[in-house]
Design a protein around this ligand. Structure first.
Ligand code: FMN
Length: 359
């Protein structure tokens, strides 16, 4: 019903406007017990333990949908095992100039050029201070985007920005995810390609004292050497629990819509190939006893999620599918995924992780 009736009506509105309305509505409605029990993942095979956190399903909502943690109870009740809010920075930011969000329906994709607008760590921490615990809450942290015309931040300023947000937000998170790869800000794209900056960040985080599982969100690597350089640089950080895969900058090949003129990165179906390649390559290089992988990029169905799990993802996130398939998309995946596991002889998700990564 959502795809045939609601989506065409909603898609007549400007994307960012309708997204803001959806978040406001979800904030006002909060957790509706009837919706929560309708969508709740119940199959024991889906229960997933990652970095000491137990989740009812590996399927989570990716960062960028609820940027300021306004609607966590409502979103958690849609069948997600975890909800990642953000990205949030030390200072409030307006992000990039509008328009900065574009739908590509024929590709089931979104072109995103937000530039991480957010209300800043203090405001979000206040909002989260009295939250009731529902799904596992991830807080995604990024460097403040001071605007296109601002002079580039110095190395020390960028690192300090991450550390300030980490200090402020850590008490409110079940896990933290440091977004090291925003495709849409000038500090975000290549800053951490220099290993000494990762070392500076790691030293700073050690001084802050990391008490929650911490993930690093990285863009697909241009080649295996870049991935090895990154993994070597973060190896000394005993508090890093794993890696999450972000959208690559630029336009992927094979888009049906003409998006070359639009600024920004492409999510949804066209993002799947690079994400899957990165998950597989990462899984082949990490020690799975020490690090987990969170996969996202073009997950619409249980088959899509299962493919990422078999390539090495312990958790799988979606965002674009919520726009194109509607609020019951996680429920639908949670109902089908156990059948795929059973078909292949697995009793739980963890047994399937990485089975397609070798060879
Ligand atoms: C509109 C939009 C906003 C996003 N904002 C963020 C963000 O602020 N921080 C972040 O780490 N990832 C952000 N992402 C990336 C998503 O979390 C996710 O990794 C990516 O979209 C791939 O999943 P999908 O194909 O299911 O959307 C955003 C994606 C979209 C589509």
């Amino acid at each position: 019903m959502y795809r045939r009736l609601l989506a065409p009506a909603l898609f007549r509105a400007e994307p960012e406007w309708i997204h803001d309305r959806a978040i406001r509505l979800a904030e006002r409605v909060g957790r509706v017990p009837a919706i929560a029990s309708y969508c709740a993942p119940t199959d024991a095979s889906l229960v997933t333990d990652v970095a000491g956190l137990r989740m009812a399903t590996p399927i989570g909502l990716g960062a960028g949908f609820d940027k300021n943690a306004r609607a966590v109870p409502a979103l958690a009740s849609l069948g997600f095992g975890h909800v990642e809010v953000g990205s949030i920075a030390a200072r409030p930011s307006d992000g990039n100039p509008r328009p900065r969000l574009f739908r590509l329906p024929e590709d089931e994709a979104i072109v995103v050029y937000y530039g991480v607008p957010n209300e800043g760590a203090d405001r979000v921490a206040q909002r989260l201070a009295n939250r009731r615990r529902t799904a596992t809450l991830g807080i995604n942290i990024v460097n403040t985007n001071h605007g296109i015309d601002a002079p580039p931040s110095t190395e020390d300023e960028v690192i300090a920005d991450y550390l300030t947000s980490t200090r402020i937000l850590q008490p409110h998170a079940d896990y933290l995810c440091l977004n090291l790869s925003c495709p849409n800000t000038h500090d975000g794209q290549g800053f951490f390609h220099q290993p000494h900056r990762l070392a500076m960040l790691i030293d700073g985080l050690r001084e802050v004292g990391i008490e929650k599982p911490l993930l690093l969100k990285v863009a697909p690597f241009p080649d295996l050497r870049a991935m090895e350089t990154f993994l070597q640089a973060v190896a000394p950080a005993e508090f890093v629990s794993g890696f999450s895969v972000n959208l690559p900058a630029g336009k992927p090949p094979g888009l049906r819509a003409s998006a070359a003129e639009l600024p920004g990165a492409v999510s949804g179906r066209p993002a799947a190939a690079a994400a899957n390649r990165t998950i597989r390559e990462l899984y082949r290089s990490i020690d799975p006893e020490r690090h987990v992988i969170v996969g996202s990029g073009g997950v619409f169905t249980a088959e899509d999620a299962y493919a990422k799990i078999r390539l090495g993802a312990s958790l799988v996130q979606l965002l674009t599918a919520l726009v194109y398939r509607g609020p019951t998309v996680a429920r639908a995946i949670n109902r089908e995924l156990p059948k795929l596991l059973r078909r292949d002889g697995f009793t739980r998700v963890a047994d399937a992780v990485g089975t397609d990564a070798r060879g």
